[in-house]
Write a new protein. Structure first.
Length: 290
């Protein structure tokens, strides 16, 4: 494959790069799939996915025990061993099922391409945790200088989806950890975004504990935010213009898909717009010049 063709193929994911869409071993061209000892294969330590749902993994173990592995694992040679590019869940399940060999397709792939493909493949899955998803988009932006538009094209999702996912990473760290561990739902995390700007760190942490211990719903969080906007806490001494600025911050952040901060004093102030890399900065400047 020529270099230019390979670069274009990356935008379509693993299938395009490998010039195949093998969902079943029977679809693979003769000689491409080989049985390899499971002990010769190892996961990629840079694999972007860290958490594997144990229940779903056990379901896969049962399926593999009964039917075997139907979709080959994509690997690349590393010394005298093989490293997984795509299919770590199948490899893990195969080990649990007691298989000694697994079907693989071997490809020569460099480190950077391997990481990019692993990120994109994981982000195309439906069962990712929202924080895992957001961190994946963040890595594509930072490590591969991708704009939100390019990320959206690579993973097959809309730009607003990418932007809204990245916004979750602006939550306080404890909220991010609780969402990643499953203690908070994706809906809770989204509802907490505007509240993080309204509450003090102490108030916000207390709210997290209440969500956990009192089963506060997403709707209740949304109603809390509305009440705070209508009746700001006296201790915070929020003026009408501060509430207005907060609302504008939320509107601009939603539209532009980036964190926005407005600060004002008397008759002057400033608007801060977050960008993620050089390309994203240039994209922002072009948009501002329109």
């Amino acid at each position: 494959m020529k270099k230019k063709e390979k670069k274009e193929a990356l935008g379509k994911g693993l299938e395009a790069l490998f010039e195949e869409n093998i969902q079943d071993i029977s679809e693979a061209p003769a000689g491409q799939v080989r049985q390899t000892a499971i002990t010769e294969i190892e996961p990629n330590k840079e694999q972007p996915r860290r958490l594997f749902d144990n229940e779903k993994l056990e379901e896969l173990v049962s399926s593999i025990s009964e039917h075997g592995i139907l979709q080959p694992i994509i690997v690349r040679p590393i010394g005298d061993r093989y490293q997984i590019v795509s299919g770590e869940r199948r490899w893990r399940a195969a080990r649990r099922a007691g298989l000694s060999e697994v079907p693989v397709i071997i490809r020569e792939i460099d480190d950077k391409t391997c990481l990019e493909l692993s990120l994109i493949e994981n982000l195309q899955r439906e069962n990712l945790n929202v924080i895992e998803e957001a961190k994946g988009y963040q890595r594509l932006a930072k490590e591969f200088s991708m704009t939100q538009e390019i990320i959206a094209q690579r993973v097959g999702k809309s730009r607003p989806v990418i932007a809204n996912a990245l916004r979750l990473l602006s939550l306080p760290e404890k909220a991010i950890q609780m969402t990643e561990s499953g203690e908070l739902s994706a809906g809770h995390a989204r509802a907490l975004l505007p509240l993080a700007e309204k509450l003090s760190p102490e108030e916000f942490e207390k709210l997290l504990e209440d969500i956990k211990n009192k089963n506060i719903t997403v709707r209740e969080l949304e109603n809390l935010y509305k009440r705070l906007c209508e009746n700001p806490v006296k201790e915070k001494k929020e003026r009408p213009e501060e509430i207005y600025y907060a609302e504008i911050e939320g509107e601009i952040s939603e539209k532009w898909g980036r964190k926005v901060r407005i600060s004002a004093a008397k008759n002057k102030g400033k608007i801060e717009l977050e960008f993620y890399n050089k390309e994203d900065f240039e994209e922002l400047i072009r948009a501002l010049k329109k």
